[in-house]
Write a protein that binds this ligand. Structure first.
Ligand code: HEC
Length: 102
């Protein structure tokens, strides 16, 4: 099952290079709580991008907060930590979100 998921993920990455980061978001279940342009359980990625648009170290900061999870920045619902996510993937996701999650 894990191997099948990995194969599927790789195929998606190879066939849709322009959407590599959204595939990453999908495969890490980010999209069960987030959407690009509307609030679900967590804030819309475009709102996140807007909030940190003027912050210089936003990508590194967000990568950290994606891995560690958090609460109280957007509302009372906490985001669970993502210990299985690599630092590189967290940074890729942070940059993708800051770019408008397209
Ligand atoms: C179980 C639901 C859930 C999942 C799964 C989830 N999130 Fe979140 N996320 C939240 C909630 C709720 C918040 C708001 C937390 C707060 O108020 O501080 C949040 C906040 C964020 C933020 C803003 C952090 C900040 O410092 O302002 C980012 C970026 C983010 N999530 C990205 C992700 C990514 C990428 C993934 C997948 C690896 C993911 N989330 C998975 C619920 C979730």
């Amino acid at each position: 099952m894990i191997r099948m998921t990995a194969a599927l993920f790789l195929t998606t990455m190879l066939t849709l290079p322009a959407h590599a980061s959204s595939a990453l978001a999908n495969s890490n279940a980010c999209m069960s709580c987030h959407a690009a342009d509307k609030k679900l359980v967590g804030p819309a990625y475009r709102e996140v991008a807007k909030k940190y648009a003027s912050q210089k170290d936003a990508a590194a900061m967000l990568a950290k907060s994606i891995k560690a999870g958090g609460s109280g920045k957007w509302g009372p619902v906490p985001m669970p930590a993502q210990p299985a996510l690599s630092d590189a993937d967290a940074l890729t996701l942070a940059q993708w979100i800051l770019g408008g999650a397209k």
